[in-house]
Design a protein around this ligand. Structure first.
Ligand code: BES
Ligand code: ZN
Ligand code: ZN
Length: 511
């Protein structure tokens, strides 16, 4: 798939004041020293930067910015100054967001070339590779726009953005470059996820999602794709996926992506299954949702797409670890053939489930996929799903819910969240919650009590993971951005791609 804006990021050796570019981007903290680049530019620009600070127009406060024009006195056409806030509060995510802000601004200003010197504010305090990676990711995230269905694009939006990280010091360039390469891959994968997730239900239905996965696999020798159609789902008694898909003209699918690295994984590394909820549209089914905001339910496939994009990223990076991407996909619609409240469904695991609400469909397709991953002997299963409105009520739109049955796995995902800037919060899903999901006339029912809906949904899923270490990410609330920010355009956020990729990279690195 083509990028909506074709973004490239590289590194280049150049002096900051002499650097020929359409836009040079420099950071400044609100406290302490202004930094060598600001001083050097200030000297060339007749004290313009000191003046800006003096009249209070730009002091380095977080999320503030100023543009100064070079007028031939420095190499850059323009200098974009970005406020980084207080030095002691700055993290890798501050840098990622600053790079995103720069790319975002460049696209808005129709600038096609942007040169970043932001890393210089962080030299010494953060690892150079991580710095390069965060900047490259930020560039992709900030430049992203979703407008593939807008015809007659005469708004003049650039179709390309050439970004570079510049530094006069070759050893700095050398230290940053591997991270920049990784960050470009991950950032690109997250943008790929956003575009796919943003595509509506009339464009992507389960068979179309399966074709996308097959296309992805064709691009890599290390990735294979198997698709279970309705007949094969039936042969495997995947009753959960079949029930949810029964109301739609589009058939449901189970999509299995297998990544087998070229280089042998280190001894003791488990095969990791990533399981993503792929509801291409969730109307609620017979238990239909209110009309308000129902259009957003095209994003109910976001978990599935995070899995697709993560597989793409790790295949591109050639990560030495076995990964199975398992994507159950269906469209949840009301019709004469829909599953209904009261139905009892036999799932792939053999467990029976009493349906009490057809809108609790995510767990019905995921339970088959998780049981499938467990049967494939995956040591670790991580599922990701826009599962419950309750999770959104609990955590808002800032953090994904994280539940699971293994403290070590939970800790690793929390670490990946910190490293990637995709935030999670650990919630319970133990015995009491599982108790709520017991049915009197089947093994389980598909809804619990009114309270703690995110936790009881997780407790339902946990019962299908067998002996595997299992974690669950509830990304309802994280999948969509209603108000664009520096890092996220309107629409899908592509949440989970950085988190899952980072979890896998850390696993490879630390065992
Ligand atoms: N896809 C929804 C969850 C959702 C809600 C995601 C809002 C993003 C934003 C899910 O299938 C659903 O409808 N869940 C129900 C479960 C309930 C019936 C137990 C919910 O949360 O209301
Ligand atoms: Zn639903
Ligand atoms: Zn749903």
């Amino acid at each position: 798939m083509k990028q909506i804006i074709d973004v490239r990021v590289k590194t280049r050796k150049a002096e900051f004041t002499a650097c020929k570019t359409e836009m040079l981007v420099v950071g400044r903290f609100s406290d302490g020293d202004a930094g060598e680049i600001v001083r050097a530019l200030d000297a060339k620009l007749d004290g313009a930067l000191t003046h800006l600070a003096k009249i209070g127009d730009f002091t380095g406060k977080l999320k503030t910015q100023a543009v100064i024009y070079g007028n031939g006195r420095v190499g850059a056409e323009r200098v974009l100054l970005l406020g980084l806030g207080e030095r002691k509060k700055a993290t890798l995510d501050t840098l990622r967001k600053a790079a995103a802000t720069a790319a975002n601004r460049a696209v808005d200003m129709k600038v096609k070339q942007v040169s970043l010197a932001l890393h210089r504010s962080f030299t010494g305090s953060l690892d150079a590779e991580a710095v390069g990676r965060a900047m490259a990711e930020g560039v992709y995230l900030g430049a992203y726009r979703y407008d593939e269905f807008v015809t007659g694009k005469d708004n003049g939006r650039p179709t390309t953005l050439a970004a570079e990280i510049v530094d006069p010091d070759s050893s700095q360039i050398k230290a940053l470059t591997p991270g920049v390469t990784t960050g470009a891959t991950v950032g690109q994968a997250q943008c790929y996820a956003r575009t796919l997730a943003n595509r509506p239900g009339n464009v992507i239905d389960p068979p179309a999602l399966a074709r996308i996965a097959q296309d992805l696999a064709r691009g890599f020798r290390t990735v294979s794709c198997t698709v279970f159609d309705e007949k094969r789902l039936r042969q495997n008694t995947m009753g959960g996926i079949l029930a949810v898909g029964s109301g739609s003209r589009s058939e449901p699918r189970l999509i299995v992506l297998k990544y087998t690295p070229k280089s042998k994984p280190a001894k003791g590394l488990p095969t990791v299954a990533l399981v993503g909820k792929g509801i291409t549209f969730d109307s609620g089914g017979i238990s239909i949702k209110p009309a308000q905001d129902m259009d957003q339910m095209k994003l109910d496939k976001s978990g599935a797409i995070a899995v697709l994009a993560t597989v793409r990223a790790i295949a591109e990076l050639g990560l030495p670890i076995q990964v199975l991407g398992v994507i159950p996909s269906a469209e949840n619609l009301p019709s004469g053939t829909s599953y209904r409240p009261g139905d009892i469904v036999t799932t792939y695991s053999g467990k029976t489930v009493e349906i009490l609400n057809t809108d609790a469909e995510g767990r019905m397709i995921l339970c088959d996929a998780i049981a499938y991953a467990a049967k494939q002997k995956c040591g670790v299963i991580v599922d990701i799903a826009t599962l419950t409105g309750a999770c959104m009520v609990a955590l808002g739109t800032y953090k994904a819910g994280l539940m699971g049955n293994d403290n070590d796995l939970i800790g690793r995902i929390e670490k990946a969240a910190t490293d990637s800037g995709e935030s999670v919060w650990h919630l319970p899903s133990g015995e009491e919650y599982a108790e709520e999901m017991k049915s009197k006339i089947a093994d389980l029912k598909n809804i619990g009590s009114r309270w703690g809906g995110a936790c009881s949904a997780a407790a339902f899923l946990g019962q299908f993971a067998g002996d595997a270490k299992w974690a669950h990410l509830d990304i309802a609330g994280m999948d969509v951005c209603a108000k664009p920010t520096e890092c996220t355009a309107l629409g899908s956020t592509g949440f989970g791609v950085r988190l899952l990729t980072t979890y896998l990279m850390n696993l490879v690195e630390n065992g």
